[in-house]
Each structure stands twice: as structure tokens, then as C-alpha cells.
Write a protein that binds this ligand. Sequence first.
Ligand code: FES
Length: 292
Amino acid sequence: MHRIISKKQLSEDVFMMRIAAPLIASERRPGQFVIIQLDTNYGERIPLTIANADPQEGSITIIFQVVGGTTRRLAALNEGGSIENLVGPLGRPTHIEKFGTVVCVGGGIGVAPLYPIVQGMKQAGNRLIVIMGARTKALLILEDEMRAFSDELIVCTDDGSYGRKALVTAPLKELCERNPKPDLTVAIGPPIMMKFCAETTRPFGVPTVVSLNTIMVDGTGMCGGCRVTVGGKTRFVCVDGPEFDGHLVDFDNMMKRLKAYKDQEDHARDLCRLEMEMEKLNQPQKGTKCTS
Ligand code: FES
């Protein structure tokens, strides 16, 4: 059992939680993630990036968006509550060194996994340009935290409600056109955003790292659920990633695989919503279990 030390709502459906996990906190490095399971009998296992860790306190911080049944249930937990199963740190850490100028691009909830990488890249002595994007101002998260580590911060919103009205690829292209061009780009966000960031940097030859968030089950390379095609070869995101060369990832195949369980996910989301409404009314519905 892992105790929830604190919980904060960052935007309409994005939450930050500090969770007691002393061993994970002392071992984790930027880029790694945990797999959370709320109910070891029936619960879905979901991968979430470790956004921060405090080894002194023995805690890790996760940031997640409510998108399905499990994240809805997670968001309903409060300080003092607990998470039944937490496994990690998983995945390969980000390769951090002094590259020169590094552009970090975060879209939507992708800003959360980007945050420890931004910290690490800055601490390694890089000049850091951060591009943050969201559909609208209300969905932007961690702006102050990102500003604290950035030499240059560019904020974009799709609707122009804050910062520049643009997709993140517009300032990214302009940065690639500068002389000297960036030495590295790290892009994390929705698959379509990462795909087009990679397409933006490709003609300029700017190395581009992306962090993939696929469906996962075991997180140890055994089930094959997280497989992706990178450079024509099959790779497992949980043990070979989550970071890969964005110019080699087959994003179209990955996006197709992400939709594989859409019907089941929709059903589970509706079931969870119903179950939670029933709980609120203090009339628990027997025989239903939220599994995703
Ligand atoms: S989650 Fe099972 S192989 Fe990666």
C-alpha cells in the first residue's frame, strides 16, 4: 500500500499526487515511470511517468489526466488514501549530458514527463529552450516550474487564449532555422504532436527524442502489449524505451495500436462513471468492477 501524501488539481482534469514510495524515490532517474494498479484483483495497470521525486521524504510525484475509468478512480482518491500496487522505476532513464542547445517540447499532459528531463538537461549545463503547448490556457500546466529552468520559454495555445496562437511545431521550425540550430530536441505529448515534431526537425537533421506512452500490461517486456516499430524493428516501450529516436518511430502503426481496445475502454469508462455515481448516492451496485 502506498499512501497519498498530497493531491492537487492542476487543471480541469489534470491532477498531481505525491505518493509515499521510498525505494522508488531513491532509485528513479528522469524519463522513468511507474505502473499503478488500484485493485490487484481487477484493476487495469497503467503506466505513469514519475514527474518528480524526493528521496529525503521518500515520495514520488505523478501527474495524470483523467481519460478513462482507472484515472477517474485515481483522481477520486484523496490525501490519506492509498494505492494498492505501485511498481517501478521502470524503463530506461533519459540520456542526459551537455549537448549544447536543447529544445524541449511538451504538449498537453506531456509537459509532466518532460519536467524531470528539463531539470536534468539544465543541470547538465545545456542551454534550454522550452516550448509548451495546450489547446487552451486552462489546460496549461507547470508553466512556472518550466520557466524556472528555461533560458527561453515559448507558450502556445491552439485557440490563442494565452501565449502565441500556434501549434508547437511553428516555433520549433523557427528554432531549427536559427544559426546555430539546436543540438537536440526532446518532444513529449500526444502521438500526433510527436510525429509532426519529428517531421519538423527531420529536414534540419536535428536529433529528436520522443517518449512513447503505449498500452502496457506487465511493464517487464513479457506481454508484448507495448510493442512499437522503430527503424523497421520491433521494440518494447517498457524495457527498450520509453524514449526513442523520433525520426525512426512508426507513429502511424503506434496510433493504430492505441485504438485497439477503444470499445472496451469506452465501455469501462461508462461503467466506472456509473459505479462512482452510485457510490455517491450511497447505493453501491453489486457485481460491477471497474477494470480500466
Ligand atoms: S508492457 Fe508488456 S512487453 Fe511491455
